[in-house]
Design a protein around this ligand. Structure first.
Ligand code: ARG
Length: 463
């Protein structure tokens, strides 16, 4: 036992203070101090409501509301001494308020509990993160759209199995990520709309006998409405899980793109040049320019998804309503949010700065028999062959080119006709990569005209 003084906030029935180890495992102030601004906003709304409903006097409410602003400015200025003995941000703020305004501070906790308090604070914090993620996603999407617009008709290889498949356009590849991040954006917006209900006033679990006005506090804090069930209000963290779920999927998208940038910036590919601002050097190999930002973005999905799994595990066995297990929600969400924001910002910077190497992209697009499908389609169209047969004939031509060590357009007409008599000179038109991409005019296809349509659509949506 390190302290014989019982806790001032809840120690009425305690003869002794907590063991040092108890204090260490119990306290959350080291991390939940990040909820200070939300905690104070919640308390200010609660105090105003207590006065408006006649539960406390206007004078007391006024003293509390002003005192709380003083506490906030002390915290923001770094002038606040956080106490582990006071466990968490809620009791740290209230204790300091008592020092500043005296007796009225003791009335602040009327008709509420730390259970609805923390649920409210945390919702407000997660809501801010959803808003920040929305802004960061829009910025990243704008950077991608700018890349797509500049290179709507730059040809590059499209891959399946990371083997050359068919030529595509740079703009088309960029816009694929705009679609992905666009869905991430809509997940973030959905989560925000669903979570925007206020737990404050649910009290410990059952509501309160004081005539509180939950609509008033909900509105003051920017919520759409109060949570409709007090047990649910204090005991679910699905809003945090939805944030982590959306963050995990977004991090997965970021990671795939990061992986492509790592490959594309290698000496073997040279599809893009990353800027010095988003690369690092090697302390031993003078020639190196490493895509560290992309690698770190690629790695972030691990910890973000880890947070998602960890919180799912914390929650899955808890009987209603509040259990202290739920204090473990915060660090995971804080860490995931910090890293998601960092990854989004780093990706935006890399995308803005990166320079596609148009010549290398086009040269790569023409290799690997990338227009073989165009040839097969031509045989269907012009010679009226069933696709399966056209596929087979084209395969033979690819084998012939491979044996000669050349590409498909390098085969002579004689060589082509030796494989199939109906092939004519006109075939060479479809073997060029530019013609190949231009022909893919189906909705959502890779033709530059389709890419420009995608760009126009997103520019309008993103404003
Ligand atoms: N620090 C606590 C948490 O983060 C606040 C709620 C405490 N409630 C309680 N009944 N002990 O969950």
């Amino acid at each position: 036992m390190t302290d014989t003084t019982s806790n001032k906030m809840w120690g009425g029935r305690f003869a002794a203070g907590p063991d040092a180890i108890m204090e260490a495992i119990n306290a959350s102030i080291a991390f939940d101090k990040r909820l200070a601004a939300q905690d104070i906003a919640g308390s200010r709304a609660h105090a105003a409501m207590l006065a408006a409903t006649g539960i406390i006097s206007d004078r007391d409410a006024q003293a509390m509301r002003e005192g709380l602003l003083t506490v906030l400015s002390e915290i923001e200025a770094g002038d606040f001494t956080f106490s582990t003995a006071l466990e968490d941000i809620h009791m740290n703020v209230e204790a300091r308020l008592k020092e500043i305004v005296g007796e009225p501070a003791g009335r602040l906790h009327t008709g509420r509990s730390r259970n609805d308090q923390v649920a409210t604070d945390f919702r407000l914090w997660v809501r801010d993160q959803l808003d920040a993620a929305e802004g960061a996603l829009v910025a990243l999407m704008r950077a991608l759209v700018a890349q797509a617009e500049a290179g709507a008709d730059w040809v590059m290889p499209g891959f399946t199995h990371l083997q050359t498949a068919q030529p595509v356009t740079w703009g088309h590849h960029m816009m694929a990520y705009v679609e992905m991040f666009g869905r991430d954006l809509s997940r973030v917006r959905d989560a925000r709309a669903r979570m925007n209900e206020c737990p404050l006033g649910a009290a410990a679990l059952a509501g309160t006998s004081f005539p509180i006005d939950r609509e008033m506090t909900a509105q003051a804090l920017g919520f759409d409405r109060p949570c409709a069930n007090s047990l649910d209000a204090v005991s679910d963290r699905d809003f945090a899980l939805e944030f982590l779920g959306a963050a995990s999927i977004c991090a997965m998208h970021l990671s795939r793109f990061a992986e492509e940038l790592v490959i594309w910036s290698s000496a073997q590919f040279r599809f893009v040049a990353l800027s010095d601002r988003f690369s690092t050097g090697s302390s031993i190999m003078p020639q190196k320019k490493n895509p560290d930002a992309a690698e770190l973005i690629r790695a972030k999905v691990g910890r973000i998804f880890g947070a998602n799994v960890a919180l799912m595990m914390v929650m899955k066995g808890l009987p209603l309503a509040y259990s202290k297990d739920m204090q473990e929600d915060k660090e995971q969400v804080f860490d995931a949010a910090d890293n998601l924001m960092l990854a989004l910002a780093a990706m935006e910077g890399m995308v803005r700065d990166m320079e596609a190497q148009q010549g290398n992209l086009e040269a790569a697009a023409a290799s690997g028999f990338s227009t073989a499908t165009d040839l097969a389609d031509w045989l269907v169209r012009v010679a009226g062959m069933p696709f399966r047969e056209a596929h087979h004939v084209t395969g033979s031509l690819v084998a012939r080119a491979e044996a000669r060590g050349c590409d498909l357009p390098d085969l002579t007409l004689d060589e082509m006709q030796a494989v199939h008599g109906e092939i004519t000179d006109a075939v060479y038109d479809v073997l060029g990569v530019r013609n190949s991409v231009a022909s893919r005019m189906s909705y959502g296809g890779t033709a530059p005209a389709q890419v420009r349509a995608q760009v126009a659509r997103w520019k309008e949506r993103l404003g």
